[in-house]
Design a protein around this ligand. Structure first.
Ligand code: SAM
Length: 223
């Protein structure tokens, strides 16, 4: 994601009704914020939010929360929401490292990771959203039967993610290295902005779906 600081983006986010300002205060009560008991699906690193907004439109009985680290990127999603408001979606500007501060144990039903930053240097591996460190955070906030869905066109990151999911004790329920030509896994697929861009270049899209296979020790709140 090319980042350009947009003056006023922080202020716009602070004033937006779609953004939750102090997510740690919502921990354990996200369903109250939505005013219903519907499942909660989150996307981490949602970028400009196309994927999540399309899902929210298709599935009014699911609550969606988009998490994005950078104000300038999140601002684009907020602008789209002003044009076409949806009641079952909200956003948090937050680094995903703090996930366990914002969500209670088992509060989330599904996690989407789409075209996550690859962090190619080995010394940055734990920053990848599919590292074992992140899988242990997902283990805390996901309900028992919850799943993680990950898409990317980056083969090295995908290989790493398969290894890390297994090392973290997760089970792989679905794996494809060419999503758009895999009728089963592609059924109902909603394209992200990056997915549209990279598949138009001819890059095959990889996808994995992971769930818990058994007892996995709980992770600390942070780190
Ligand atoms: N998911 C979108 C898509 O598929 O079109 C955007 C993909 S973009 C390559 C990755 C996004 O993840 C960027 O907007 C980046 O700012 C965000 N991101 C990266 N690391 C993050 C983190 N630790 N916490 C929250 N957002 C993060």
């Amino acid at each position: 994601m090319r980042l350009r600081n947009i003056p006023g983006s922080r202020e716009a986010i602070a004033a937006s009704r779609w953004c939750i300002q102090e997510p740690e205060k919502a921990k354990g009560s996200w369903r109250d914020i939505f005013g219903n008991g519907n499942p909660i699906h989150i996307e981490i690193g949602m970028g400009k939010g196309q994927f999540l907004m399309r899902l929210a439109e298709k599935n009014p009985h699911i609550n969606y929360i988009g998490i994005e680290k950078y104000s300038s990127v999140l601002l684009r999603a907020l602008q789209k929401m002003e044009e076409a408001p949806l009641e079952n979606i909200c956003f948090i500007r937050m680094d995903a490292e703090d996930l366990c501060l914002a969500f209670a144990q088992g509060e989330v039903n599904r996690i989407y990771l789409n075209f996550s930053d690859p962090w190619p240097k080995d010394r940055h591996a734990k920053r990848r959203l599919t590292s074992r460190q992140f899988f242990s955070r997902y283990h805390v906030i996901l309900e028992k039967d919850g799943i993680v869905e990950f898409k990317t066109d980056n083969e090295a990151l995908f290989d790493f993610s398969l290894d890390e999911a297994a090392a973290a004790g997760w089970r792989l329920d679905g794996v494809t290295r060419d999503l758009h030509h895999d009728a089963g896994m592609n059924e109902g697929n909603v394209m992200t902005e990056y997915e549209e861009r990279f598949s138009a270049l001819g890059n095959p899209i990889h996808k994995l779906v992971a769930s818990r296979s058994g007892d996995i020790p709980m992770a600390p709140e942070r780190g």
